[in-house]
Design a protein around this ligand. Structure first.
Ligand code: ATP
Ligand code: MG
Ligand code: MG
Ligand code: MG
Length: 472
């Protein structure tokens, strides 16, 4: 099956079980100031779980565009280095709003995976929350999974929470052993790419109170999420998401643009760069198509940082001109029918990405030279920690986000004095404040009081950026 057929077979399976197939919500959450990006399929149903909203259906399924590059869910650092974490991915999900519960959720998940998709049963593992005897027994009675493959884990892995307060409950996950000899059982939940999590079934049954206590909800809900790129790779017999047809057209394009070929090696520098570029162009294209803009704070700065990382990785492939904007076309071609906003926004998205690339390319070369000089100087002095002042100079003068400098430093085995960097940021903030105070003073002395700069002053950009990067 190709990826398009796999996505469709998931939706068809749940449509046949009377689920309403709904559209993905935008990746930019409309009414949730607590969230920079949609990071799970359940986000658009949060109000239903909280009892604040209703839908005209009690069963739903979809593929949800997700971004995990900030806040509680941030997989940015894993991208390129592993085979199964992306900053942008699709989460296939099915939901019950006070309708069916654990028995059906578990039974159907197993049916889809083993009857419809024919995944090898002996390689599947189910995890359950250590207190959830009900799910443990249902895995035994509703499926023919090997009983020794039902494993219990605690809060960290098998109790899902939306946030500090709100809906939550035990979850049960399906993992697959991709080790050549099928000996990966002990690797479930240790974060090894040879045994990966495919599907999370969350049983929402409590409302976490501000005092930490669990209040049972009047209704019980099911909220599931399966990584589309992961299941596609597995069904296509690949050990890496990047070897599936979700990503191969992107690699072909990168090769066309740079002349570099993808060899699917985990630690080759050019392969890492190609995975990062392929991942980041998806994140940027989908986020911008939903109306986000690169900028200096919050969501916009997350996108700008992602773009700058990608531009720098293109540089490691020997490419010093804008290429990311030329990749939008691949996504329109391969995914435009499922996500029509891609085609609709294509000209705008290309224009924005190109402008961002061009602007960073102006300073990237000189900044990289400075970085290399700093590193060379340190090699002679024997130090391995780049000073806060140097990191700040790269940030302030050459537009290098701290995480980019950190990454470049790590590549040569160096670290960064991050406290020193923050100290420089604080100083800049203070200077900006003093500057503003002086200007206001001038106005004030003039007699009549008025704000000199009633709108958010541009001199605070650095400060906002610090706050953003510090909390991400
Ligand atoms: P992992 O433990 O692998 O990081 P997770 O437990 O953080 O995954 P969930 O929050 O349970 O993931 O999300 C549901 C499903 O979404 C996961 O089972 C996985 O298949 C998929 N998924 C999660 N994060 C990513 C990602 N960064 N890229 C691709 N797929 C993902
Ligand atoms: Mg995770
Ligand atoms: Mg997990
Ligand atoms: Mg999980």
């Amino acid at each position: 099956m190709n990826s398009r057929e796999i996505r469709q077979s998931f939706l068809d399976f749940f449509a046949a079980k009377e689920h309403r197939i709904v559209r993905s919500a935008p990746v930019i959450p409309a009414e949730d100031p607590t969230l920079l990006f949609t990071n799970a399929g359940m986000n658009q149903f949060k109000d239903v779980f909280l009892g604040k909203g209703t839908r005209e259906y009690t069963r739903a399924a979809d593929t949800q565009k997700c971004i995990r590059a900030s806040g509680k869910h941030n997989d940015l650092e894993d991208v390129g280095r592993d085979t199964y974490h992306h900053t942008f991915f699709e989460m296939l999900g099915n939901w019950s709003f006070g309708d069916y519960y654990k028995k059906e959720a578990i039974g159907w998940a197993w049916e889809l995976m083993t009857d419809v998709w024919k995944l090898p049963k002996e390689r599947l593992y189910a995890t359950v929350y250590h207190d959830d005897e009900e799910s443990f027994k249902l895995w035994q009675s509703e499926t023919d999974i090997e009983h020794s493959h039902i494993l219990k884990f605690g809060d960290k892995d098998n109790f899902w929470e939306m946030g500090e307060t709100g809906p939550c409950g035990p979850c049960s996950e399906i993992h697959i052993d991709l080790t050549p000899d099928g000996s990966g059982g002990p690797l479930v939940n240790v974060g090894d790419h040879r045994v990966i999590e495919l599907w999370n079934l969350v049983f929402i049954q409590y409302d976490r109170q501000a005092d930490g206590s669990l209040q049972p909800l009047p209704q019980k809900h099911v909220d599931t999420g399966m990584g589309f790129e992961r299941v596609t790779a597995v069904l296509q017999g690949k050990s890496s998401n990047y070897d599936s047809d979700v990503f191969t057209p992107l690699f072909e394009k990168i090769t066309e643009l740079t002349g570099v070929r993808y060899t699917a090696s985990l630690d080759s520098a050019t392969d890492i760069a190609m995975r990062v570029i392929a991942d980041h162009c998806r994140t940027l294209t989908f986020a911008l198509s939903d109306g986000a803009m690169p900028g200096n704070e919050g969501r916009g700065y997350v996108l700008r940082r992602i773009l700058r990382r990608a531009v720098r990785y293109a540089g490691t492939l020997g490419c010093h001109e804008p290429i990311m904007y030329k990749m939008v076309e691949v996504l329109v071609r391969t995914m435009g029918d499922v996500f029509p906003e891609l085609e609709k926004q294509q000209p705008t998205v290309e224009k924005i990405i190109r402008a961002e690339e061009e602007s960073f390319l102006v300073t990237l070369g000189r900044g990289t030279e400075i970085f290399n000089e700093v590193v060379a100087g340190m090699k002679t002095s024997g130090s391995t920690t780049i000073s806060g002042e140097d990191a700040f100079k790269l940030y302030d003068t050459f537009g290098f986000p701290l995480d980019l400098t950190r990454l470049m430093a790590a590549e040569v085995g160096f670290g960064i004095d991050e406290e020193g960097f923050e100290h420089c940021m604080t100083e800049q903030k203070t200077r900006a404040r003093m500057d503003r105070k002086d200007k206001m003073q001038v106005q004030d002395d003039g007699g009549e009081w008025q704000w000199f700069a009633p709108e958010a002053p541009t001199e605070f950009v650095g400060y906002d950026t610090l706050e953003t990067s510090a909390t991400l």
